[in-house]
Design a protein around this ligand. Structure first.
Ligand SMILES: [Zn+2]
Length: 118
């Protein structure tokens, strides 16, 4: 977890949402309940996606490093060898795309490459 690049923290995103919604409300004093809800959902989706991506990456790397559950090849059952990190794109329920950087394993027997479960 040597995250060198500067990332916006969950807390910062949350604060942006709070400040943003407060300002938006002031600018839209006649907004309906539905409009407020939509605006809030739209902003919360950013935080949701970011948390989802971070949490998914955490569990994946924890599994790989702990070695308690060795990732095995679904085809032949051989233990996978870590093969660096690769990016993987997933869809969230809201239809957003999340790019996860995850440990990627390769089977020494049949050459099958997979992401460990998690
Ligand atoms: Zn295999």
């Amino acid at each position: 977890m040597a995250g060198q690049e500067k990332k916006t923290s969950w807390r910062e995103i949350s604060e942006e949402i709070i400040v943003g919604m407060t300002e938006w409300r002031q600018q839209n004093p006649k907004a309906t309940f539905r409009a407020i809800e939509e605006e809030l959902d739209r902003r919360l989706a950013d935080l949701r996606v970011r948390m989802l991506a971070d949490l998914a990456v955490k569990s994946a790397s924890a599994d790989w490093e702990s070695g308690t559950e060795a990732a095995v090849c679904p085809k032949c059952g051989a233990e996978l060898v870590a093969n660096g990190k690769k990016k993987r794109k997933l869809q969230t329920r809201g239809g957003r795309e999340v790019e996860l950087e995850r440990e990627y394993g390769i089977c020494p027997k049949c050459g099958q490459g997979i992401f460990p479960p998690g």
